[in-house]
Design a protein around this ligand. Structure first.
Ligand code: AHR
Length: 621
């Protein structure tokens, strides 16, 4: 039997409790939520040296028609590499170009999604010693079918110096695996640099792939932790995320090789874009900065000050006055209003490293001195023992088996109520229980989150990890949202989070479960006022982690007689036939919450809980 005391309000759950953690992993950003279609747009992958790695660019035409190389003649100081294309054939004479011309193409991130009727903006920089006649086209993956096409015809004097060209192209047909081509049938040498192609229609017009960000918005995240994870650290400091290299005009950003997850990012999704995404989602940004520590090297505390100054600059960039040094850079990028940056985290998973504490204290003192209201998150786990340094929150990560995750619903029951609060910034069931996103994993995590809700006096934030995976580059399993160039679906771990989206800021009620111990059930009850409909909701969530049906009697104390409005009161269930069931592109809704109208509801309810299920009873008062 479950007793819910609707009049015994324990506390208001923190507004910030449930959010998301975005890491540039699995091509979550480059080739993911950042809608740029061109991969390696500046031919810079591999760093500033030439020859540079131009992958995935390839020539159209063979060596008897075209020679492709790189040099350092770009007009952009921070990314000097440009592509040099020497065309040996012509439209007349002894070496006639193949029909369709020769040139280069970019397949994007495992194919570009070009959709009929949609408009795409192509921007590129071009230079030549002679006039140019270039065909810009979106084509099928083998180049045989053209989806959209346009011409760049410029005189020699137009292109003697680098010339920026912008074109809007409307697709005449659809291909989810398309490529961008730049071709010509004119002999000569052409240099290209910073070639970009983006759909015009992006989330709030800010460059994000709409359907993917819609999935984030559906979670109503209260915060977004970014940009990693290990991505922040780097295998080596030289490859860590450096925010100053990711701001300013996109053409001028050098890009960098993320050496933990082993891919190049053009950094179109940079520090400002992360802050913008947070703002667009109505979520608080949580900026995880590099604290002078990577996986393999670390800066000594005596010399960490440049890193400290860099972080102070980043805070000024985010929330400084538009007249301040870095606030003015933000304003020049089109965002004069400060962002609502209230939280920063000093590094990721490196509490155990030699210089962590020393470096942390330098960051802590400098940030608190300049910005006393900023909350600082330590990497050291304060759940089992008192931290030996000041912090507003401490970070807690857990990747484990399903059984262990479910039993961790009680992880914070005995944590000291004094001291900094927990930020469970990464949690997930991994390994064989999870596959690439199983029901079993989602249920165990739901049990863990119910435990977090019940301990939200000491846990102030929680986010699943990782958030996204592009199926073409799975660096980590499982993930909450799976996508390719044009499709996406949520794993059960994504859907179970939707049960918690009203929890942040709601009121936790007292519940008592009378069951055998250890129980395969875990429950919580919350209440909140719906600001739109003027209703009051009472939500009772129950995970049945066992393999048997459970007949449960729910008794709600403190309800006014006949106060439940049946119409609109619902039961939502997440379950499936098999524990290891997963969603897929072919069956994206195999394991999703199913909502049904409640037929009866009142002070006493006899409910049936399916084996291995997560159920939410939403009662309207
Ligand atoms: O979420 C994937 C990785 O797991 C993160 O980068 C890191 O913080 C953790 O080890």
């Amino acid at each position: 039997q479950l007793f819910v005391n609707a009049s015994q309000e324990l506390w208001r759950i923190p507004e910030t409790l449930f959010g998301i953690f975005f890491e540039e992993i699995n091509h979550a950003g480059a080739g993911g939520i950042w809608a740029e279609l061109v991969s390696n747009r500046g031919f810079e992958a591999g760093g500033p040296n030439t020859p540079s790695n131009i992958d995935p660019w390839s020539p159209v035409g063979n060596l008897s028609y075209i020679i492709v190389s790189t040099d350092r003649t770009s007009c952009f100081d921070r990314n000097k590499v440009a592509l040099r294309m020497e065309v040996l054939c012509d439209s007349k004479g002894s070496n006639i170009c193949p029909s369709g011309g020769v040139g280069i193409y970019n397949p994007g991130y495992w194919g570009m999604n070009i959709e009929q009727g949609k408009t795409y903006k192509v921007v590129l920089y071009v230079r030549s010693l002679d006039s140019v006649d270039i065909v810009v086209s979106f084509a099928s993956s083998d180049g045989s079918r053209t989806l959209a096409t346009d011409h760049i015809r410029l005189t020699a004097s137009d292109v003697l110096n680098w010339k920026k060209v912008e074109i809007l192209m409307v697709a005449q047909s659809t291909d989810h695996n398309a490529r961008l081509q730049l071709t010509t049938t004119k002999k000569g040498i052409i240099w290209f640099d910073q070639v970009s192609a983006m759909p015009l229609d992006t989330y709030k017009g800010h460059g994000f792939r709409k359907e993917l960000v819609d999935m984030l918005a559906r979670l109503k995240p209260q915060f977004i932790r970014f940009p990693g994870g290990c991505f922040v650290e780097g295998e080596w400091l030289r490859n860590a995320f450096r925010w100053k290299e990711t701001i300013g005009p996109w053409e001028e950003r050098p890009g960098h090789f993320g050496d933990v997850w082993m891919y190049w990012t053009d950094d179109g999704l940079g520090y400002l874009e992360f802050l913008q995404l947070a703002e667009d989602l109505g979520a608080l940004p949580i900026w995880v900065f590099n604290n002078g520590i990577s996986h393999n090297d670390q800066v000594d505390t005596s010399t960490v000050f440049p890193f400290v100054q860099d972080v102070l600059d980043s805070i000024e960039f985010a929330r400084g006055d538009p007249n301040s040094t870095w606030g003015s850079v933000r304003a020049a990028m089109g965002h004069p209003e400060p962002f609502d940056l209230r939280y920063v985290a000093a590094g990721n998973e490196d509490c155990w490293k030699k210089n962590y504490r020393g470096n942390y204290i330098e960051f802590y003192n400098a940030i608190k001195n300049a910005y006393p209201d900023i909350n600082i998150i330590s990497n050291c786990d304060g759940s089992s023992r008192k931290l030996d340094h000041p912090a507003d929150l401490y970070d807690f990560h857990i990747y484990t088996s399903a059984n262990n995750m479910f039993s961790m619903g009680h992880q914070f029951d005995h944590t000291s109520r004094a001291g900094p609060k927990a930020f469970v910034s990464e949690y997930a069931v991994t390994g064989k229980d999870a596959g690439t996103g199983s029901l079993l994993a989602g249920l165990a995590e739901a049990g863990f989150l119910i435990g977090i809700e019940r301990n939200s006096d000491v846990v102030h934030m929680a986010s699943y990890a990782p958030l996204f995976v592009n199926t073409n580059d799975r660096r980590w399993n499982p993930d909450a949202i799976v996508f390719n160039s044009w499709q996406q679906y949520g794993t059960p771990s994504y859907w179970m989070q939707t049960f918690f989206r009203e929890s942040s800021g709601a009121t936790l009620l007292n519940t008592t479960l009378q069951a055998s111990s250890p129980s395969s059930l875990i429950t919580s009850a919350i209440t909140w006022d719906d600001p739109v409909g003027n209703n009051n909701y009472l939500r009772i969530k129950i995970v049945n982690f066992g393999s048997s049906i459970v007949n449960l009697k729910i008794s709600i104390d403190g309800l006014e007689p006949n106060s439940i409005v049946l119409s609109g009161s619902t039961k939502v269930v997440l379950t499936s036939n098999n524990l290891m069931d997963e969603n897929s592109f072919g069956a994206p809704n195999k394991v999703v919450p199913i909502t049904s109208q409640l037929q009866t509801a009142g002070k006493d309810m006899d409910v049936v809980l399916s084996p291995r299920s997560f159920t939410s009873f939403d009662l309207i008062r």
